[in-house]
Design a protein around this ligand. Structure first.
Ligand SMILES: Cc1ncc(COP(=O)(O)O)c(C=O)c1O
Length: 487
């Protein structure tokens, strides 16, 4: 950082440095922990008598040193990456080969526990009810007049209400290759979007390259559609291994890929821009379409929304699926799929044939919510809240789980993918937690091959209140007991 101009008296020149050094000492001593909010600039200005700009310079200094990060509207926080030590999860390489889907027996109980209010919702990765902007929703519904109610209770076009598609497309403005309203089809959640996309590009018996681990619901979809999965390993920080993917595409007749480049489920991996560019080069050489589940992209904790794959897509290979389930309300079931050319036409026909249209009333409510600006304000708050929940969850896991437990701290999304020490069976942990009415996701259901037995997935979607904290402590105790009893 540049020093202040030479004419500044020496004692003033270094005041911000003294403050920065004092804050750094406190961070290193653990007075402020990773993710903690530092006192605001105004508060420090009042407490120290230093000018606002001096305090601000001290923060800039700390930011440059990588000790703190700025969060819009909530000031400076201690850099979460200071968490000791940054763990790197073990890579489990597999040779990708097409396989029919074998669903784990636990899948249906995992799904049932997710929607059961009696369970502590550590397996529910959708938006938590505590964050639903209920007041704003209620106002929006009250404001609808009789005429609107009548018109909203009829069918809408299969591709969705024009005002909703416009609002969704508006959020792509400025993103390279962003989709236009005419390229969007509204669906019943991201799950229907993915189902339509799969049907548009592949038939029963076809092979889809998927990340391993992946979102268990996608394995379920592939199974029901009679498709095969070729699993390609994911690096928990940077996403799918491109060399393995390329090898898989060379060796096997892959019809399409299904990927989550932004805060992947379950690892939370974020694919760097250069890697996305290389991915599109690989796919473009073979003309292979890629179905992208981008549901978590708006939940980035710092910086801007990551660049979409469309930024490098010259052939219209990207089919983008998303929904408001992680950012507004999963029960609304409003999602969308965006595509180009023939695939868009096919998706439109499939949507009309399978469900005529998505609920017109729900679409109208969401469209109003987006148009009012309330959604964007809500998102700003939600990112801060979920980012904080992730840190609190990670901190509890770090303190209460057995030694040797590892996780990578994601930069966005609602998930914490945890590797338990070898020998701790995640399925056993899941069963015992289930009996105590604590819902988690066992890692074993996130892959088609028998892998990730010693992994679990915890959701950070809800507030870490005393009930949730106690549940995480209990999980740690159960994990120790499972560890002690292994043979
Ligand atoms: C990656 C991912 N895709 C899709 C879904 C399901 O989305 P929807 O509820 O919109 O169908 C989830 C659930 O949280 C998810 O984590």
């Amino acid at each position: 950082m540049d020093p202040l101009p030479a004419e500044t008296p020496p004692e003033r020149r270094f005041r911000y440095r003294r403050l920065a050094a004092d804050l750094e000492r406190r961070i290193r001593a653990g007075d402020f922990r990773p993710g903690d909010r530092l006192p605001s600039i105004r508060r420090l200005h009042r407490a120290t008598g230093l000018s606002v700009s001096t305090v601000y310079r001290a923060f800039l200094e700390l930011e440059e040193a990588g000790l703190v990060e700025a969060h819009p509207r909530s000031g400076y926080r201690v850099q979460p990456a200071l968490w000791p030590p940054p763990p790197s999860l073990t890579h489990r390489r597999v040779k990708p080969a097409p396989q029919p889907i074998r669903l784990a027996a636990e899948l249906s109980s995992v799904i049932a526990a997710t929607s059961d209010p009696e369970f502590v919702p550590l397996g529910n990765t959708g938006m938590d009810a505590a964050h639903v902007p209920a007041k704003a929703f209620a106002r929006m519904v009250r404001e609808m007049n009789r005429f609107e109610w009548r018109s909203r209770l009829g069918y809408s076009p299969p591709e969705g209400l024009p005002e909703l598609r416009r609002e969704i497309a508006l959020r792509d403005v400025g993103l390279p290759g962003g989709f236009r309203a005419e390229e969007i089809v509204v669906t019943s959640g991201c799950t229907e979007a993915i189902a339509l996309a799969l049907q548009a590009v592949a038939r029963p018996g076809d092979t889809i390259a998927v990340e391993s681990p992946t979102h268990f619901a996608v394995l379920q979809l592939l199974k029901e559609q009679g498709m095969l999965a070729a699993e390609v390993v994911v690096d928990p920080r940077e996403g799918i291994l491109l060399a393995d993917l390329e090898h898989c595409l060379e060796k096997h007749p892959v019809r399409a890929c299904f990927l989550m480049p932004h805060f992947q489920n379950p690892t939370g991996a974020l694919m760097p821009a250069q890697k996305k560019k290389r991915l599109l080069e690989i796919l473009s050489r073979r003309g292979i379409p890629v179905i992208v589940d981008d549901i978590s992209a708006p939940l980035h904790f710092t910086g801007n929304r990551p660049l979409p794959l469309t930024a490098w897509d010259r052939q219209g290979l990207v089919i983008q699926c998303s929904s408001f389930s992680k950012t507004l309300a999963p029960g609304l079931r409003i999602g969308w799929v965006a595509a180009r050319g023939e695939r868009l036409e096919k998706i439109r026909r499939l949507k009309a044939a399978t469900s005529i249209c998505t609920s017109s009333l729900d679409q109208a409510i969401v469209a109003r919510f987006l148009a009012s600006g309330a959604y964007d304000r809500h998102l700003l708050r939600l990112r801060v809240a979920v980012g904080r929940q992730r840190l609190l969850t990670a901190d509890l896991v770090r303190r209460h789980f057995p030694e040797g437990t590892r996780f990578a701290l994601p930069q966005g999304g609602t998930l914490l993918w945890i590797e338990l020490p070898q020998g701790i069976d995640g399925l056993e942990l899941y069963r015992r937690a289930y009996a105590r009415k604590i819902a988690i996701v066992p890692g074993a259901i996130c892959a088609n091959s028998p892998r990730f037995r010693n992994f679990i997935l915890l959701s950070c979607a809800g507030p870490v209140d005393p009930r949730v904290s106690a549940a995480i402590v209990t999980l740690g105790e159960i994990a120790r007991r499972v560890q002690d009893q292994r043979f």
